[in-house]
Design a protein around this ligand. Structure first.
Ligand SMILES: [Zn+2]
Length: 80
């Protein structure tokens, strides 16, 4: 009976590790480019201007096409 309990605890621990790992992955934004709703430029996430965009004003793009489709143009500083 003790063995069953031990296996159960190990299972729960492993399960919680797997769950926390997958939630960490979800927390990482899946985007390549970032823009601001107050401008029509899009940036690389590493751009100094991208870092100045407030999260509430940020708009994320998976690729250049997605940004350009809604009228966004590449930033001249980071040249995405
Ligand atoms: Zn930029």
């Amino acid at each position: 009976m003790k063995t069953v309990l031990y296996v159960f605890i190990v299972f729960i621990l492993l399960f919680s590790i797997v769950c926390s790992d997958s939630s960490k992955e979800k927390a990482v934004p899946q985007y390549k480019y970032i823009g601001s709703i107050n401008s029509t430029k899009y940036h690389r996430p590493t751009c100094e201007w991208a870092k100045k965009i407030k999260p509430k004003n940020a708009i994320y793009f998976k690729d250049k096409k997605e940004a350009e489709q809604i009228g966004y143009v590449p930033c001249k500083v980071c040249k995405p």
